[in-house]
Design a protein around this ligand. Sequence first.
Ligand SMILES: [Mg+2]
Length: 266
Amino acid sequence: MTDSEFRAIQSNDCQTLIFDGDDTLWENNIYFERATADFIDWLDHAHLSRDEVRAVLDEIEHVNIGVHGYGSVMYGHSLRETAERLRNEELSPDELATILAFAERISSHPMELIDDVESTLSALHGHHRLLLLTKGQREEQEVKIARSGLTDLFDAAIVAPEKDIPTYQAVVVEHGLDPAQTWMIGNSPKSDINPALAVGMHAVFIPHAETWRMEHQDLSSAPDGQRFLTVERFAGLLDHFGPARVRDMRSVRSGRTDALGGKGER
Ligand SMILES: [Mg+2]
């Protein structure tokens, strides 16, 4: 959809749908979880439980995010630091190579789209303006976007180092969005739902069973005039934004209220 086409129908039914990438469009955190399990097996700590080792790794990652940002490079640094701290000694070159291989395997894993993502986005494409907003290391995220094969379905793909309120404010300005006509769709309360609601957008939460612990946060409730939905599966978006739903909304606006398809309010 061109900008002029978008503007022409924006006042009618066209909305902007912004999609998160990791764990919304494609699998991501499961690879980190597998790598962490392999690392804990390898470390085989004499006294600490798996949860206790994991807690040390989480603490180190939390600090390293501020230094290195998100992604597999930061994660590799964090595995190394965790091993050195818990063994209280430097790693041998072989040990270091083993640990870094846990992290490198993540970025080389084949892309796995989440169920029904491609067909659902294809059905939404042309009816709404679709944007992709993902956080992390630019190069790493751009490789994922390219490997997803979804690029042509989006009007723009944005990589940000963090997805917080200033990021969403900047996206609104740079892409000329009306927050009241914009929905953020993703799996993370911290990075997708809460900051989007804070800048006046609507939000759709699609939970993922393996969402990273650092993305957990209590979900905000929608302020007056904003909407917050939860859908259990990606294809459930069609109940709210699909072509049939857009036709229903047009019918309602033109006075043919009998055409509303019983999908509930937005
Ligand atoms: Mg995500």
